[in-house]
Design a binder for this molecule. Sequence first.
Ligand SMILES: Cc1cc2nc3c(=O)[nH]c(=O)nc-3n(C[C@H](O)[C@H](O)[C@H](O)COP(=O)(O)OP(=O)(O)OC[C@H]3O[C@@H](n4cnc5c(N)ncnc54)[C@H](O)[C@@H]3O)c2cc1C
Length: 403
Amino acid sequence: MYEHHVTSSQGVHHSDKGIVIVGGGLAAARTAEQLRRSEFTGRITIVSDEEHLPYDRPPLSKEVLRKEVDDVALKPRDFYDEKGIILRLGAAATSLDTTAQTVTLADGTVLGYDELVIATGLVPRRIPAFPDLEGIRVLRSYDESMALREHASEARHAVVVGAGFIGCEVAASLRSLGVEVVLVEPQPTPLASVLGEQIGALVSRLHRAEGVDVRTGIGVAQVRGDQHVEQVVLDDGTELTADLVVVGIGSRPATEWLQGSGVEVDNGVICDETGRTSAANVWALGDVASWRDATGHQARVEHWSNVADQARVVVPAMLGQDVPDVVVVPYFWSDQYDVKIQCLGEPEATDTVHLVEDDGRKFLAYYERDGVVVGVVGGGMPGKVMKARGKIAAATPISEMLG
Ligand SMILES: Cc1cc2nc3c(=O)[nH]c(=O)nc-3n(C[C@H](O)[C@H](O)[C@H](O)COP(=O)(O)OP(=O)(O)OC[C@H]3O[C@@H](n4cnc5c(N)ncnc54)[C@H](O)[C@@H]3O)c2cc1C
């Protein structure tokens, strides 16, 4: 067990309040781990509103939903005990006082801190106009994934509203469970706002090949049912039979508890390029945080690898150590059927897309902006995507990539 010293090994003076991390997901776990790796010996407390140990979310729409995996804990409980990381589970933070340097929890407990880390992630958006019927679900947490898979084992006709990453993955997982799926998306293709319509069309093709009824350029007008959902009506009047509706229309940062704290929030907690917020001794990372990027813009990233990249920066910044100066090429993936879609760099929907490989299912595309390659997106091409990392970091001319 770690002792709770009053001074960290870096000479930064802390009282025995230590570092409080609010949020019990990947960002919280990575921050706590990184603090111990950086030889911080003071008190670390993780406060989470969930009862579960910090766990991994990507499997929730994939292996967990497909009933292949149940345990997604990032580390066993022993790990936290050995590292002297205090877990306060099932304890939502409800308010923050940045002057007194205290966090109040739902049960009334007041925790003092020397440094506070905000890692509260996202809350899935719902559609307020939908009636309150059984069978309408969102997916963000482990409990929601387990409930959805339970429901899916009895469902025959699912409508997935929104063809972003989570909607597409849920559609794929439901198909593998034998459920008929209609995927409804107001944009012209799935993933259009992230990857552009050209690659989005290839994603549509993949889902159609697997028997998903992909309806794009249209929204949901109404959901009907008596207690349980029975029907989804589209904007053009089409009536779809449904005993399961999954809403995958994105999420918003979990920042309500920061109201009145003085911490600046604007589509996420506003941070500098090291995770420092507008309030002294308060930091933020992960999906909830909007960090200043290299171009001076605020950017909030909702991907897994970004969390570890940020933890490696925020921890030394918080401890007054040198912040590593590494060039990070952003990365994320999405598993849909047997195709791993991978995205390296920062492609945008407005970039020029060069489709360099396409066998009817798998594909590889380079994204060009101002004559250089800014991103590579592959479907089922892992080696080729990863090989492009150096080229993107070096802002290689697209002519060289294609030549
Ligand atoms: C279904 C799903 C699939 C995904 N698949 C991929 C993928 O394939 N590839 C990829 O790159 N990324 C994927 N992601 C994204 C990735 O999981 C996230 O980027 C990552 O989980 C972010 O971690 P986080 O700790 O910032 O937030 P979270 O993991 O959301 O953790 C936040 C935690 O804080 C808790 N919390 C919130 N408010 C409070 C409060 N007031 N008090 C106490 N606790 C609170 C929440 O309950 C939660 O436990 C996926 C996400 C989901 C939901």
